[in-house]
Each structure stands twice: as structure tokens, then as C-alpha cells.
Design a protein around this ligand. Structure first.
Ligand SMILES: [Zn+2]
Length: 184
């Protein structure tokens, strides 16, 4: 081993011993990046009003209330869809297109660019019977085809301040790598 390499090797061991003795502060500052990279963010959507034409819910981020949601009508759908896992539009008779909410369950979320909205939005993976499900802004259930609209439910059947809410959500989620949403 050349001298220069030996020195580097020794200093590495030295550092490890010191940090083991000095415990928390050094170790924390060293490992905080690692902790952040592996943290999981959990969104929870609690549907609280299931109407004939729309659904209102509350969205929580890591257990803290974040905003209201507006979705299409909840309908009973088969557990599995023969079409959407193959990237084909759902043809199940139980689903009314653009008037049906996505099934309850837990879905992985990544931030993805939407050609339709021309911006990066939270995208829900592997939703049975649905393709291209996003969390975005809008006012009424007519603005959604199964997607989750965010905002404040200050008017019956609608959400307001939706674009600002969607922007705030995107800013939070953009910093995370491991996101899921549970819909109940
Ligand atoms: Zn289907």
C-alpha cells in the first residue's frame, strides 16, 4: 500500500473512532442525509361524503390534515381489471367513464410530467380500472376523470383555492422519494 493511501486509510479509522466516542452530534450530522433519503411519506385520503355525483374527502400528510379533496362518485368495481394492467382502457361494465372514483387502496406516488396539464404532478401507480390518475387542481367533479382534486371544500360539491393547494402539495412531495397514498 503506498504511503498516501495508508494515510487516508488511517484517517478514516481515526474518524470512525472519534465519532463513536463523541456519539450523538457528530453521528447525527453525518447520518441525517441518509435518514432523509430513506424516509417514507404517507398520504391518507379519508372519504367523508359520498354523494350521487361526487365525493368529498380529507387529505392528511404523515398524519397531519392538509386539505380537502373532490373526486367522482364511488362505485363498486371488481377487485381486478383485465385491461388496465396491460395499459388498455378499462372496459368493465361497472365503471362509468369520468364519473367513477378510483378504488380504495394504497398506491405508490411519483412526481411525473403531465403533457395535458404541462406541469409535474403527483401520479398514482397501478390503480385498477384507471390509467393516468393524478392529484391536480380543479373546481367541480366535471374537471376530473377519476383524478383527485385538492383544495378547500367551502362550497357544496366543490373545492376552492385549488391551484394554490395543488402548488403547495407539489412543493412538499417534490422533496420526497418514497411516497404512498392510502385511500379509505
Ligand atoms: Zn376495469
Amino acid at each position: 500500500m503506498p504511503d498516501s493511501e495508508k494515510k487516508r486509510h488511517l484517517s478514516g479509522v481515526f474518524f470512525a473512532l472519534i465519532s463513536a466516542n463523541q456519539t450523538s452530534i457528530l453521528w447525527y450530522s453525518y447520518s441525517s442525509d441518509v435518514i432523509k433519503k430513506h424516509s417514507k411519506m404517507k398520504l391518507l385520503l379519508k372519504r367523508k361524503f359520498k354523494g350521487e355525483t361526487y365525493t368529498i374527502g380529507d387529505l392528511y400528510i404523515d398524519g397531519v390534515f392538509f386539505c380537502n379533496t373532490l373526486e367522482d362518485t364511488v362505485r363498486l368495481l371488481p377487485l381486478l381489471c383485465p385491461d388496465t394492467p396491460q395499459g388498455i382502457g378499462c372496459r368493465c361494465k361497472e365503471k362509468v367513464y369520468a364519473r367513477t372514483a378510483i378504488p380504495c387502496g394504497t398506491y405508490k406516488i411519483t412526481m411525473a410530467h403531465s403533457p395535458r396539464f404541462k406541469r409535474v404532478l403527483p401520479y398514482l401507480h397501478d390503480v385498477p380500472h384507471f390509467l393516468g390518475i393524478l392529484i391536480h387542481s380543479g373546481t367541480t367533479n366535471a374537471d376530473s376523470a377519476g383524478c383527485i382534486l385538492v383544495g378547500k371544500n367551502t362550497i357544496k360539491g366543490k373545492v376552492t383555492e385549488s391551484r394554490a393547494t395543488s402548488d403547495r402539495l407539489n412543493a412538499i412531495l417534490s422533496k420526497e422519494k418514497d411516497i404512498t397514498i392510502e385511500i379509505v
